[in-house]
Write a protein that binds this ligand. Structure first.
Ligand code: HEM
Length: 479
């Protein structure tokens, strides 16, 4: 049993009933409990499960485990087991295999050529699909689920960027695209594996029943899609006429030519990891950003004012940058992260860690901690990120944790900001978004922080910028 439980610790079943009972609002439920328990506490599941977690939301402990004593905190075999349907890529591996993948991807991500290719891909998708779709929504006066729009937009983008193939899932009639559906389903079941005791899902998997059966089918379909795409890339990669082909898999094939590692499994695992890392995360960020801006007219007015005064160079959008950071702080796309301790250790807070303990980091709680962000931490205030001289205020990653900290920080952070700004600039410039009245916003059960009922909205062509003066900045603005 737990020494100082933050919720009732029942005999046999531990704290699991409390967790399941509050699953519908788990992040908001955990946040005050965790901050009251000095931001580091134990969670115990049923006696037969291995659900004995140390839950952390303390910046010093985060800094220590993610950077200073990085070597003692690994992803570990249980994490890999949960994500096994998505292979063994950079997201789940440890030690040399992780280091090799990370360095390789890092070298590709920082190349100007690949950056340009990513930007061009997103730009093309925006112009050719996203904006025409929203135009049609406006013309027909229908309501649209913006989260589903962003979801498909990102699936097509990540597929084009990683595999050089656009599955064209984004269209006005939301077509049924098998690989897109299969990826979403497989990812949904990963959440199930996080909350159901391991012996139970392992048994279901062994029997091939329930969610595990569906997971196996969905991941086989997605794997087939990856195999076929990579096979067609192999043909293209060595054809001199395709020298300007710069999707990630083609670049890796060229880079790794003749090396044992560049086999199909390595390429598939890498591609799979990037779909997980880069698809729903950006969907989540865009959805919460658009909802926050739509429900804070003052912020919308300031974003438009900034767009009017600056040219549309993404680097100049300080206020928009602040709004994006603020959305990521309040709604971190990855609300929880998981690691495992190798050896016994003592955290800066004095908490003891036994070797093999699973650590859960609550990024959601960190974003809503008064000690880090002040008394107004629950308010959406882009101004918080802007200094008196008009520059973005830097907050260290162990406090603004949404992209992770230390040697395993997010490789897609820069690209994320570029993409979010491109989409935000394009949409805010052209439309006014109005969330459907009484639309119920709550979080879905998933490893990425998505909206359970999507983001239902109406889209209107913007009035001329001057027309927005009706939004009285002084009335709506932060105090
Ligand atoms: C809003 C968008 C994003 C957020 C909030 C985000 C956040 C994160 C977080 C928290 C991690 C650590 C995960 C873990 O260790 O379990 C991570 C890792 C990673 N991210 Fe992102 N990410 C975003 C977008 C992207 C994009 C667009 C890409 C690439 C296309 C990407 C590539 C990666 C990779 C490769 C890793 C693994 C790094 C490693 O383990 O060494 N991310 N990201």
């Amino acid at each position: 049993r737990c020494k100082d439980p933050i919720v009732k610790d029942w005999p046999i079943v531990g704290m699991l009933p409390q967790l399941l009972f509050n699953l519908w609002h788990i992040h908001d439920y955990v946040t005050p409990l965790l901050t009251n328990a000095s931001r580091t506490t134990n969670f115990k599941g049923p006696w037969f499960s291995r659900m004995n977690y140390l839950v952390i939301a303390d910046p010093m402990n985060i800094h220590y485990t993610m950077s200073k004593n990085f070597g003692n905190y690994i992803k570990g075999p249980e994490f890999r087991e949960i994500f096994e349907p998505f292979g063994e890529g950079v997201l789940t591996m440890d030690s040399e295999v992780w280091r090799y993948s990370r360095e390789l991807l890092h070298s590709v991500f920082k190349s100007r050529r690949f950056e340009r290719f990513m930007e061009k891909t997103v730009r093309n998708k925006l112009d050719a699909c996203l904006l025409p779709l929203l135009d049609e929504v406006e013309r027909q006066g229908v309501e649209v689920d913006l989260q589903e729009v962003f979801n498909r937009f990102n699936f097509d983008n990540i597929s084009s960027i990683v595999l050089g193939f656009d599955p064209k899932s984004l269209a006005f009639d939301f077509p049924n695209v098998t690989c897109e559906k299969a990826f979403n389903e497989a990812e949904e079941f990963i959440f199930y594996r996080h909350i159901v005791p391991r012996p139970i899902w392992k048994f279901q998997k062994w029997l091939g029943v329930g969610p595990e059966k569906k997971m196996a089918e969905a991941s086989a379909t997605f794997d087939k899609f990856l195999r076929e795409s990579i096979a067609s890339n192999r043909g293209r990669a060595w054809d001199d006429r395709n020298n300007d082909q710069c999707d990630l898999i083609t670049l890796l094939m060229r880079h790794e030519e003749g090396k044992d590692r560049a086999n199909d499994k390595f390429l598939r695992d890498t591609a799979s990891s990037l779909f997980i890392a880069g698809k729903d995360t950006i969907t989540s960020a865009l959805t919460w950003l658009f909802w926050l801006v739509a429900t804070h007219p003052y912020v919308e007015a300031k974003i438009l004012q900034e767009m009017k005064t600056k040219d549309n160079n993404n680097n100049n959008n300080v206020y928009l940058h602040g709004a994006i950071c603020e959305a990521l702080r309040l709604y971190p796309p990855i609300p929880f992260e998981r690691k495992q301790a190798l050896n016994d250790d003592v955290l800066p807070s004095g908490h003891e860690v036994k070797g093999n303990t699973t650590i859960l980091f609550s990024f959601y709680t960190m974003g809503r901690d008064e000690d880090i962000w002040g008394k107004d931490c629950l308010e959406f205030k882009p101004e918080r990120w802007i200094s008196e001289s008009g520059h973005i205020i830097h907050v260290p990653s162990y406090k603004f944790i949404c992209f992770n900290a230390g040697p395993r920080n997010c490789l897609g952070k820069n690209f994320t900001f570029v993409q979010l700004k491109m989409v935000a600039n394009a949409i805010f410039d052209r439309y006014h978004i109005q969330v459907v009245e009484d639309h119920h916003v709550s979080t879905a059960h998933s490893i990425v922080l998505l909206m359970k009922h999507g983001l239902k909205a109406h889209v209107f062509f913007s009035k001329p910028l001057n027309g927005l003066n009706h939004i009285a900045i002084s009335t709506w603005g932060p105090k």
